[in-house]
Structures are given as C-alpha cells and as structure tokens.
Design a protein around this ligand. Structure first.
Ligand code: ATP
Ligand code: MG
Ligand code: MG
Ligand code: MG
Length: 437
C-alpha cells in the first residue's frame, strides 16, 4: 500500500475531549472518526486492526468448537417479551418502530434470538453440545459514552451461546470458553485476568469477567498477582485438562469491585501477592442454566425420550473495546506499539527521498520482496520530510520500519528499526529480509 494513495488522516494534536491515551492515539493515528456520541466511523487503518482482532477472536472460537453464524442487528420486541427482558432492559435499549408500527430494537445482546433459532431446529439431544457465535455490531444507549471505542454506543462484540443437555455438560462448555478466552487475549498480546463477577441482568450463578489491568480502567479489581503472569493454556484440551486450567486459576483470589470481599482476599492471598488495581472488562462469560430456554420453550428430547429444557451459557468479547485496551497496554510517547498479531501492517518502508529515482527503485524492490514473503507493507512514498515520516511511522505503531535513503543506498545498506524497542540496525536489504522472515 502506497501511503500517497492511502487514506491516513493523522492529526498533530488530539482533540481536547479525548481523555485517555488510547482514544487520543486512535484519533491522532487516523483510525476512527466520531460521528455522534459513542458512534464511530472506522477509517482504513482502524478497520485493518479491527479485522485482525476479529480474526484472532474468531479463530479461537472455532478452535474451541464454536460454530459461526450471523444474526441481524435489528430484533423484534416480541421476542424479548417472551423472556421478560423487553421491559426490564431499560433505557440502554434503543427501541425503534417501523412503518407498520412494529416494535423493533437494535440488539444490545442476542440470548433471545439465538434461543429462537435453536428452538426452531434442534429437537434432539444428539445435536448437543452446540455452541453458536457471531461477531456483530451491538447498540447500547450508554448513559456516558466515553473513552472512544472503549465505551461506545455502537460497538462490535463477539457473542457465543452454548446449549447443553444438562448442567454438568454446560459447565464443561463454560470451562472450554474460559480456556479459549485465555488463549485469545494472550494472542492479542494482553494479560487478561479472569475474575469472579456479578451475573447482572443476564442472571445465573457462574460468571467471570476477563480484565486487562490498566490505570484508565473503569472497574476497581482485586487479585492475586500470580494470575497476571500465567501462560495461556493452549488448544485441544481434554475435559480433565480444562478442569485443571479452570481450577488452577479460580483457586486464586480475583474479583471485581461488586464481588470483592476484603476479608477473604486477605485470608486467601499472601500480602506480597495482593494486587489492587483498575481494569478494563474485555470479556464476560456466564452460565445461566434455563433462564431463557424455560420461558422460550427451547427443549430437546433426551436419551429417555423426555423433553428437557436446554442449559445455556453466553460468552461475550468486546472486539472494538479490545483495540483501546491493547493501546492502553502498549504505547509510548511516540505513539502506538502494536503487537505483531494485530498490527495494521507488518512493515513500513520509508523512502527518505521520494524524488530520487534510484532510492525509489530500491524502495520498490524492497516492497516487492517483502510482499513476496507474504508481508503486509505500507510504503511511505510521500515527499514529506524524514522527521515527519519517522513520527508518523512511530505514531501508527507498525512493528518494523525499514528506511532507505540516498546515503544508505550508496553504501548498499538499509536501516531496520523495531518499533517496540527502538533498536536500530544498519544492514543489507537481504539481511533485513532475512530478519523479517
Ligand atoms: P460494562 O461493564 O463495561 O458496561 P457490560 O458488563 O455491560 O460492560 P457485557 O454485557 O458483559 O458488557 O458485554 C460483553 C462485552 O462487551 C464486555 O465484556 C465488553 O468487553 C463489551 N462491551 C460492553 N459494553 C460496551 C460498550 N459500551 N462499548 C464497547 N464495548 C462494550
Ligand atoms: Mg454495560
Ligand atoms: Mg460489566
Ligand atoms: Mg459484563
């Protein structure tokens, strides 16, 4: 991608109403544009990162056995009357009336609709266990949309829903998602801690929030320090291994403000391991039994031929919020530092003198070779000054910067900089390509 042909509207200064660094940097890096309170247009650079995050979230869901579908954003109010939530949900729900005076709503979540899909088709326990997920825009009319995409009104969520014949198997489905979430956040370069959470309006008795620790987080959280450094559990785990992963973590204290019990925290955690901090909720999982299947009559015939209500869980990830969380966790004074896994481009090739044909030819050769290696390349072919180019490259956080100028060209070398460490090396193009593979 040639920067001269791209659309990267970077800003020198962030607008003064952007209070936290991730929001400031997303605006400065030309990733999003606010269209209304809590409603954003995703500009090309922001969209690239959003798609990368979405891809990792999807891949880990599929690896954990979930099946993707796509439900609409608009839902019928009558469906929500069946579960009793239409009136209970309150002013966060955006209610809409169509030309026939039918009451609709812009989905804030999808338990009712997925239960409706399930009950229309699944009649036997033989189809279970089943986990259906989608990645779709949600709308919640938040009282205080703020911090950019962190608390938007329109936001992208991955939500999965599990269906099981009984509570025991539903709890296994829950633990499978618990492990999948640990893998997901680790691939996104985040340390996310599962914490006991309130089940809130969704109800039920088993729930964890996945929290990324950050000073700008909206929740106050308390946990054992050891949880922060635990490795991701990996894939294809047996039920015993899943239980192990779940038990190992839940044995350590971790709770959000609403669930915090100071006495228990102190009893359970050595003083040096007690961490009280602020955190960002990036995921939330629930087991809620038959809360929806009972009123909505989602039943399957069991092995004995008797109809039984299915046991369900739901599993949300804030895909768009994650972008803010990643930036909060990974930036410096110069701008964003993307983890390789979600970077909008792998490498930016910086042409220090675009007016020089030989330099431009060398840059184009480097771009072609990088692309042949499968790299996503941004080529800064503009006639901006070198200082401005370096500042832009740092701001947008591309993991590698490969710079070619007239002097280096004469010496047969390029400069390669690692954005995360600032480390620079001068080497031949071939040696640089070698390092990047
Ligand atoms: P919060 O406590 O931040 O309001 P929530 O508990 O209401 O979030 P859930 O219903 O658990 O959210 O939704 C699943 C996930 O969707 C959350 O863990 C979060 O990552 C994301 N999410 C929720 N609300 C928003 C929002 N307004 N903007 C962006 N992401 C959101
Ligand atoms: Mg909320
Ligand atoms: Mg919450
Ligand atoms: Mg939640």
């Amino acid at each position: 991608m040639r920067l001269s042909r791209y659309f990267l509207p970077t800003l020198k200064e962030a607008p003064s109403d952007a209070q936290i660094v991730s929001h400031q940097l997303m605006l400065r890096a030309g990733m999003i544009k606010q269209e209304a309170a809590g409603i954003y247009a995703w500009l090309p650079l922001g969209l690239r990162v959003l798609r990368k995050i979405e891809g990792i979230v999807r891949d880990e869901q599929v690896k954990a056995g979930a099946v993707e579908l796509l439900m609409p954003t608009l839902q019928l109010a009558d469906l929500w009357r069946e579960s009793g939530r239409y009136d209970a949900y309150g002013p966060e729900m955006l209610r809409i009336t169509d030309r026939h005076e039918r009451e609709l709503l812009y989905g804030p979540t999808n338990e009712e609709m997925v239960t409706d899909i399930f009950r229309a088709y699944v009649k036997s326990y033989k189809a279970l266990p089943l986990n259906l997920f989608h990645i779709q825009w949600k709308f919640r009319d938040e009282r205080r949309p703020r911090f950019g995409v962190m608390r938007g009104r329109e936001f992208l969520m991955k939500d999965a829903y599990s269906f099981d014949l009984d509570e025991a198997s539903a709890r296994i489905a829950y633990k499978r998602m618990f492990a999948a979430y640990l893998n997901t956040f680790s691939r996104l370069g985040l340390k996310a801690v599962p914490m006991r959470a309130d089940t809130g309006p969704i109800g039920g008795d088993l729930s964890h929030e996945f929290i990324v620790l950050a000073e700008t987080g909206e929740s106050e959280v308390f946990c054992d320090r050891k949880l922060v450094e635990m490795d991701a559990p990996g894939h294809n785990l047996s039920v015993e291994q899943l239980e192990g992963v779940f038990n190992e973590r839940t044995a350590l204290y971790a709770a959000t403000e609403e669930m915090h019990d100071a006495a228990q925290f102190e009893a359970q955690t050595a003083e040096g391991d007690r961490l009280s901090a602020r955190g960002i909720e990036v995921g939330h999982i629930f087991y809620f039994g038959t809360k929806y299947s009972a009123p909505m009559k989602a039943k399957v015939a069991g092995p004995d031929g008797q109809d039984t209500e299915v046991h369900m869980g739901s599993y949300g990830v804030g895909v768009s919020r994650l972008m803010g969380a990643i930036i909060e966790a990974s930036h410096d004074a110069g701008g964003i530092i993307w983890p390789d896994s979600v970077a909008p481009f792998d490498v930016v090739v910086i042409n220090l003198r675009a007016s020089d044909e030989a330099v431009s030819a060398a840059c184009e050769e480097a771009v072609a070779k990088l692309e042949a290696l499968g790299k996503d390349v941004l080529y800064d072919d503009t006639d901006e000054r070198p200082g401005g180019k370096f500042a832009t490259a740092d701001l947008i956080g591309v993991p590698w910067q490969l710079t070619i100028g007239p002097k280096g060209l004469a010496d047969g070398v390029v400069e390669l900089k690692r954005r995360a460490t600032g480390e620079k090396q001068t080497l031949s193009l071939d040696a640089a390509l070698e390092l990047l593979t």
